[in-house]
Design a protein around this ligand. Structure first.
Ligand code: KIV
Length: 278
């Protein structure tokens, strides 16, 4: 392959340049068919480690592995022609040292074809973000509620009220100074998210962080009504696909039991009518 081979149409510097422009539209995707649906409408398709809970029935994202992220990352990249893929670094793949983070980030990029990774953490991850970004790994940061730390945070609570606001602001600034090209603000009070968005020169992408962020992200199964185990306050359901699927499966079961399905048009005759094709 030559160094002039076509690269993806949208790369991290293009996303960074969107600061203050039209809001960035981001959804998660974990499979090729969903990536194809997301692609025409979104700027970024995030292969979030939420896939552990949404697709694999895990109780948190802590058990998600590099192999899971690579498998789903490849599947998503295959389905995208326009939107930029970003792959989450799973818990345990980057916290130990910048070198460990580099090894795993490089593997995620090389084995999936995604041009960027996302990792959770603010000031404590700044050294790692600087190490990665100075070595060719574009990083989307993630502060506020960081679900991989659910066991130390003690639940999925709002982060940044009262005494915590200064720390969240300092976390966001540290990620920007370290070279992150954008930053997710999760479950951060809307006023604080607005102040962070004003203070930073990189785009903020909110999830439960109010309307003043530079972009918004949702878990696609949440907004489509496919993931119904629980529903955070910040989720708006744009469809009820879970309900539609339940109705469709119930109708199929009733038709099979009633010998209504398969009908003649879904079956193959023993002999073909003259000139007809199978
Ligand atoms: O894992 C994920 O899907 C995420 C988004 C919710 C931001 O990190």
């Amino acid at each position: 392959m030559s160094a002039t081979a076509p690269v993806r149409p949208v790369l991290p510097p293009d996303i960074k340049a969107r600061k203050g422009a039209a809001p960035l539209v981001v959804l998660t995707a974990y499979t090729t068919p969903v990536a194809r649906l997301v692609d025409p409408h979104c700027d970024i398709a995030l292969v979030g480690d939420s896939l552990g809970m949404v697709l694999h029935g895990m109780s948190s994202t802590v058990g998600v592995t590099m192999e899971m992220m690579i498998l789903h990352g490849r599947s998503v990249v295959r389905g995208l022609t326009k939107a930029m893929p970003v792959i989450d670094m799973p818990f345990g793949s980057y916290e130990e040292s910048p070198q460990q983070a580099y090894r795993n980030a490089a593997r995620l990029m090389a084995e999936t074809g995604a041009p960027a990774v996302k990792l959770e953490g603010g000031q404590t991850m700044a050294e790692t973000i600087a190490f990665l970004t100075s070595r060719g790994v574009p990083v989307m940061a993630h502060v506020g509620l960081t679900p991989q730390s659910v066991n130390t945070l003690g639940g999925y609570k709002v982060v940044g009220r009262e005494g915590e606001a200064d720390k969240v602001m300092a976390d966001a600034k540290a990620c920007e100074a370290a070279g992150a090209f954008s930053i997710v603000l999760e479950k951060v009070p809307m006023g604080l998210a607005g102040r962070i968005t004003k203070a930073l020169t990189i785009p903020t992408i909110g999830i439960g962080a109010g309307v003043d962020c530079d972009g918004q992200v949702l878990v696609v199964d949440d907004m489509l009504g496919l993931f119904t185990e629980f529903r955070p306050k910040f989720v708006k359901r744009y469809a009820e696909l879970g309900k539609s699927a339940d109705e469709a499966i119930a109708a199929y079961a009733a038709e099979v039991r009633g010998r209504v399905f398969p009908a003649a048009e879904h079956s193959f005759p023993d002999a073909l009518p003259a000139k007809a094709k199978s």
